[in-house]
Design a protein around this ligand. Sequence first.
Ligand SMILES: Nc1ncnc2c1ncn2[C@@H]1O[C@H](COP(=O)(O)OP(=O)(O)OP(=O)(O)O)[C@@H](O)[C@H]1O
Ligand SMILES: [Mg+2]
Length: 236
Amino acid sequence: MADTILDVKDLRAGYGGKPVLQGVNLSVREGEIVAVIGRNGVGKSTLMKTLIGLIGTMSGEISFGGRSISQLEAYRRAKLGIGYVPQGRDVFPRMTVRENLQVGEAMCGRADAGAYDKVYELFPILKERASQSAGTMSGGQQQQLAIGRVLIGGPKMILLDEPSEGIQPSIVQEIGRIIVDFNRRTGITIVFVEQNLDLIRAIAQRCYVMDKGRIVAELNPHELDDRDTIRKYLAV
Ligand SMILES: Nc1ncnc2c1ncn2[C@@H]1O[C@H](COP(=O)(O)OP(=O)(O)OP(=O)(O)O)[C@@H](O)[C@H]1O
Ligand SMILES: [Mg+2]
């Protein structure tokens, strides 16, 4: 069995001294695709931001690749190989596709030779549209750009916050296929927050359910096959 890449123990974090995360425990193995689900406002985005260091850890422990990162600044965590695609994607609409990818390179301070080619190979649409403003692309294409921007830095793990948000239902399966495909081809670990039932079922190998700042259940692949089980947890 693959090694653990991310290990979170009793994590508490929040805003203005008030914890939103009330002791989160979870663990992800190298190469896995794991979902974090739960209804609005339970702390899913807060968890992602705490993992990357945008929000400080009040107590508890985050380990990445066997090393404690809870007290590291965000840029150091990025350098260690944690990529993050925020909810709403945040691509720069007036910049071209290529410039957006260059921002990704600047943020991580390096890109391997051939990094752009690799991204263009995974997402041919980005090569096609390289000189076009990002804002002219569809939601699904912008999602590919947001993922590509993170891939430029050669991450070991990517955190995706609601990749299906604002994307036409017909394109959601396509995004799912893209995520599974680059996971298979690169071995990059994926942790994603999602409320879209179809996308969760299409790509998650395992699923954590969050409620009120805690993980309250873990669903295995078999349980993920049961739509009603997931639906129940999304409506807790
Ligand atoms: N910047 C902030 N300052 C203060 N409170 C915040 C801030 N951001 C979020 N919160 C609060 O923290 C709680 C968790 O929010 P969070 O965004 O993590 O939820 P979520 O599970 O991602 O929800 P959604 O599904 O709507 O994206 C909510 O009560 C929210 O109001
Ligand atoms: Mg959120």
